[in-house]
Design a protein around this ligand. Structure first.
Ligand code: NAD
Length: 364
């Protein structure tokens, strides 16, 4: 694999390879773009089949964080890290200590967080070596479980999507189908129930379904049926890739707004949704509550302030629909455009002269 051509293709700033023989650490950190601020993104631990697969993944994920953070209105750039190994068998404290020292060496250019395969405990070990880590234990003043915050963001984002797709932001009396009632969707269903929505839910884990039925009067359906039920809004809150060429023809909802990452299988599916007249709230805009929540740790965490920030997801989703309408493009592209515009504006204003220690005036 030619790493530089991959970097040049989407203008990545920096890729760092980190190894520590004794602990077995093999990690790659990718910093995609720091125009808006330090690069924030989690560390994924995964048993990649090849080193090329790890590099490709970290490049793809770090660029995704540039867009997610920019669209969320955060003053943060995009970065991500991957550790190559089995998260169940290959971890040891020295590995995360060594990794933490590499992060410290970047002097704030990259701030890490939890991701697939890493835990709060791992972040606490990293924290022994660096302050450039979020998602550590609450005992250290961190933000704790992000799911209720993410859920609130999906709720307000869904209202904005309903306004675009159904002509009203009120969800009272609307029928909402929720795929997967795990951590995020449980809290989402609570908000929806309180507003008077009718819920249809499914999950492969029966106790989660029962909880939603008992607490919110939801109607349970089989996982194979959820995408085709009669409803106003579909909320994918389980898996990625659920919106694809096989499932789209079944969907009866006029609005799609949910927490799951990577809901579109391909960009063509985003185009199809536009042709079908379905108002799709792009996943990374509507589910940004989690990243907004950890980003607040950088100011000394305040839950009330984090929730206030999360309310801006209503405006962010509304803006995506506005761009899509004026430019006649699919909403997934409108989201990317919104993020790119914000970065470009900052690149311009950030180019203005500011006196610091590294220019001709400082030599006087
Ligand atoms: N937790 C957060 O703060 C956060 C932030 C951003 C995005 N997300 C995304 O939101 C989604 C949900 O996150 P979560 O933290 O609630 O995860 P979770 O694991 O608690 O919930 C997912 C639920 O989906 C169910 N499920 C899995 N496969 C299914 C299937 N085929 N049909 C029906 N149900 C199925 C699981 O049993 C589980 O209950 C994920 O895609 C996640 O990446 C979460």
């Amino acid at each position: 694999m030619n790493v530089f051509s991959g970097m040049i293709a989407h203008d990545y700033e920096q890729v760092i390879f980190c190894q520590d023989r004794t602990s077995g650490l093999k990690a790659v950190i990718a910093i995609h773009d720091t125009t808006l601020g330090p690069a924030l993104g989690g560390t994924r631990m995964w048993n990649y089949e090849t080193e090329e697969a790890a590099v490709e993944d970290v490049l793809r994920l770090s660029r995704g964080m540039t867009y997610k953070n920019a669209a969320a209105g955060l003053n943060l750039g995009g970065g991500k890290a991957v550790i190559i190994g089995d998260a169940r068998t290959d971890k040891n404290p020295e590995m995360f200590r060594a990794f933490g020292r590499y992060i410290q060496g970047l002097n704030g250019r990259y701030i890490t967080a939890e991701d697939v395969g890493t835990t709060v405990e791992d972040m606490d070990i990293i924290h022994q070596e660096t302050d450039y880590v979020t998602g550590i234990s609450q005992a250290f003043g961190a933000s704790g479980n992000p799911s209720p915050v993410t859920a609130y963001g999906v709720y307000v984002g869904m209202k904005a999507a309903a306004k675009a797709g159904l002509g009203t932001e009120s969800l009272s009396g609307k029928t909402i189908a929720v795929q997967g009632v795990g951590n995020v969707a449980y809290h989402l269903c609570k908000h929806l129930h309180e507003e008077g929505a009718q819920l249809i839910v499914t999950d492969i884990h029966q106790p989660s379904v029962k909880r939603a039925v008992d607490e919110f009067g939801a109607r349970a359906v089989d996982p194979t049926e959820i995408l085709q039920v009669d409803c106003d809004i579909l909320a994918p809150c389980a898996l990625g890739g659920v919106l694809n060429e096989d499932t789209l023809p079944m969907i009866k909802a006029k609005v799609i707004a949910g927490a799951a990452n990577n809901q579109l299988n391909t960009n063509e599916d985003g185009e199809r949704l536009q042709q079908m007249g379905i108002a799709y709230a792009p996943d990374y805009v509507i589910n940004a509550g989690g990243v907004m929540n950890v980003a607040d740790e950088l100011n000394g965490y305040n839950r009330e302030r984090a929730f206030k920030k999360v309310e801006t997801i209503f405006d962010n989703v509304s803006r995506v629909f506005e761009i899509a309408k004026t430019e006649q493009i699919a909403t997934y592209r409108a989201a990317d455009r919104m993020a790119e515009e914000r970065i470009e504006r900052m690149r311009y204003s950030g180019g203005k002269f500011l006196q610091n220690g590294y220019h001709i005036l400082s030599k006087r």
